[in-house]
Unconditional design. Structure first.
Length: 398
């Protein structure tokens, strides 16, 4: 029994967290805190707190040595996000306990009410622990792989390949199988069957207390399924591509180093001669210079007011579209444009031709170019336009 107040213990942990962090790091690395190590840490930090560590039950004696009690170890682990990646075999134990509890629930569905509710709560607890373990593993594996990618520990390329292969073989792929809902033996697949069972019982069970327990279990499973799906996406979308890049990068660099170290033994390949190309003409400088030189000599400009009246022409799209559809099919679209303008206006201008060209983009019109890519000329007031021969017909009708 702990005689100290809870606030006293929490305040103690806050005051001496640096010491607890060191003790955690030692246990995280060695699995145990040697009595000599404990004495060294307390002496270095000038903290004589061993009696409180024992009294508040933060430390537990293991033979002549010590260890942080599991509840405090997990608390510091969670706060620091220093999770030890669990082997798939360790996570699989949840599959066994979940299956056993579910089988007992089904067998005792009409038995003692209190026992049934306790089993449902136990199943809920195991599912929660399973989801937490998967999340911790994903976080830890992602951190490990990112450190490996950035090569924090300055590993050589061969060791990076070995580490990447190790994480894939022993952690990432097995964990991905555990989360594969389509795998008949995976834990997530078993949880899918439990979810269907809980859904039936929450709607059909007559006892209110048991019905509510099944309802809580059902909604917990829905949330857990969403969370596990996110973790599965982390594995497939981030971890595997990241670690594959590490392996590929390391293999290429390792091969190149091997080639350089043994270049006398290996005939080097014939490399292609590089060529430099420009996205612009070689004569662009002279052409540009010539263009600007024509403006150097300023000529006298005479502006004469033009009182001549010009024709005001407004493009009536509806009218011309109606005329075009009536004339379909057309073998030469621009010839049709020329005839329309020649009959209806006093002069043909570029503006009018371009305005009629917009009819080609109407959804009701299907346009095809002449297979021989022939061109014809259209004479306007100021220009002579060279345009392709385009066939037009009603869209969807041959």
């Amino acid at each position: 029994m702990i005689k100290a107040e809870p606030k006293t213990i929490l305040h103690f942990m806050w005051s001496y967290f640096d010491v607890l962090r060191e003790l955690f790091d030692v246990q995280h690395k060695d699995g145990l805190i040697r009595k000599e190590t404990l004495a060294t840490i307390l002496q270095r930090n000038k903290r004589d707190i061993k009696p409180q560590l024992i009294e508040y039950k933060l430390l537990r004696k293991v033979s002549d040595d010590y260890e942080l009690r599991d509840v405090y170890y997990k608390l510091i682990e969670f706060v620091l996000f220093e999770f030890r990646p669990l082997l798939p075999e360790e996570i699989e134990k949840f599959g066994v306990s979940i299956s056993d509890l579910f089988r007992n629930i089904k067998d005792g569905i009409h038995g003692d009410k209190d026992i049934l509710i306790d089993r449902i709560r136990g199943l809920s607890s195991q599912i929660k622990e399973f989801a937490d373990s998967v999340e911790k593993n994903s976080i830890r594996l992602l951190n490990e792989c990112r450190e490996l990618k950035s090569n924090v520990n300055q590993l050589d390329y061969r060791e990076k390949i070995q580490r990447a292969s190790f994480w894939i073989q022993y952690y990432i792929l097995p964990l991905n199988s555990i989360l594969d809902v389509n795998h008949s033996e995976s834990i997530t697949n078993k949880m899918l069957g439990i979810s269907e069972f809980a859904n039936q019982k929450r709607l059909a069970f007559t006892d209110e207390g048991i019905r509510q327990s099944f309802e809580k279990l059902y909604f917990q499973l829905i949330q857990t399924n969403d969370d596990l799906l996110k973790q599965s996406k982390v594995l497939t979308n981030e971890l595997l591509p990241l670690i594959d890049r590490i392996r590929t990068e390391s293999l290429i660099l390792t091969g190149w180093i091997t080639f350089l170290q043994s270049h006398n033994k290996i005939q080097p390949p014939k490399l292609l001669k590089s060529k430099k190309g420009n996205p612009y003409s070689k004569r662009v400088y002279l052409n540009t210079k010539e263009y600007f030189e024509q403006f150097k000599a300023d000529e006298e400009a005479i502006i004469v007011d033009d009182d001549q009246e010009y024709e005001t022409w407004v493009f009536n799209k509806t009218k011309y579209k109606r005329e075009l559809i009536k004339s379909l099919p057309i073998d030469n679209f621009f010839d049709w444009c020329h005839e329309q303008l020649k009959d209806e206006t006093s002069e043909i201008t570029n503006e009018k031709v371009f305005a009629l060209t917009g009819l080609l983009f109407d959804d009701e019109i299907e346009v095809n170019a002449n297979p021989e890519m022939k061109f014809v000329s259209i004479k306007t007031k100021t220009s002579k336009l060279s345009v392709p021969i385009l066939n037009a017909k009603k869209n969807g009708i041959s």
